[in-house]
Design a protein around this ligand. Structure first.
Ligand SMILES: CC[C@H](C(=O)O)C(=O)SCCNC(=O)CCNC(=O)[C@H](O)C(C)(C)COP(=O)(O)OP(=O)(O)OC[C@H]1O[C@@H](n2cnc3c(N)ncnc32)[C@H](O)[C@@H]1OP(=O)(O)O
Ligand code: CO
Length: 139
């Protein structure tokens, strides 16, 4: 089954406190403590917006994709992410239809999720992430 909803909109920033300013000004609140995700070399701060999230991403390693993004493009919109119930099945389906994934298997994401990314070229200029939320799991 394809995507069920928008999961998050991700913003790259060199400093989570500075990057948070617009969202706290809008009255949004962090979902919980900041989370380091080693596989991506990032520290994440997530803000609830209804049933979706703003995901602020700050690099904590020089080899992080976010460090490269900031170097080339500066802070700002980084990717959009969508929920799927079965990530492996969705990857298989999309690969069969020409989807260009960055890696052949899911990787660890925020809050213990499994995630996969589709190349920005495939996304017509947008980096698209799929986030697995198995059916019935706490949303
Ligand atoms: C904590 C996990 C969290 C979660 O949700 O759970 C995350 O989301 S972690 C997010 C950070 N991780 C990633 O982004 C992993 C996937 N990203 C990558 O593998 C790279 O960033 C990649 C391949 C998208 C870009 O790599 P790189 O910058 O080294 O390649 P290029 O500079 O050659 O870029 C190729 C081409 O794509 C354009 N580009 C790059 N990044 C983006 C972007 N975020 N959005 C849109 N377009 C992007 C870049 O400009 C190049 O286009 P060109 O026309 O050739 O200039
Ligand atoms: Co993300």
């Amino acid at each position: 089954m394809p995507v069920t909803q928008l999961d998050h909109v991700a913003i790259a920033t060199p400093d989570l406190d500075v990057g948070s300013a617009p969202y706290t000004a809008l009255g949004l609140h962090p979902e919980g403590p900041d989370e380091d995700v080693g596989s991506q070399g990032v520290r994440v701060r997530a803000f609830h917006v209804g049933d979706t999230l703003i995901e602020l991403l700050m690099p904590i390693r020089d080899d992080s994709p976010i460090a490269a993004f900031l170097e080339k493009r500066g802070p700002g919109l980084h990717h959009t992410a969508y929920r799927v119930t079965d990530l492996d099945a969705e990857m298989t389906r999309l690969m069969a239809e020409g989807g260009h994934f960055l890696g052949s298997t899911p990787t660890p994401g925020r809050a213990g999720t499994r995630v996969a990314f589709l190349h920005p070229k495939w996304g017509q200029g947008t980096l698209i992430e799929l986030v697995e939320h198995p059916a019935g799991a706490a949303q």
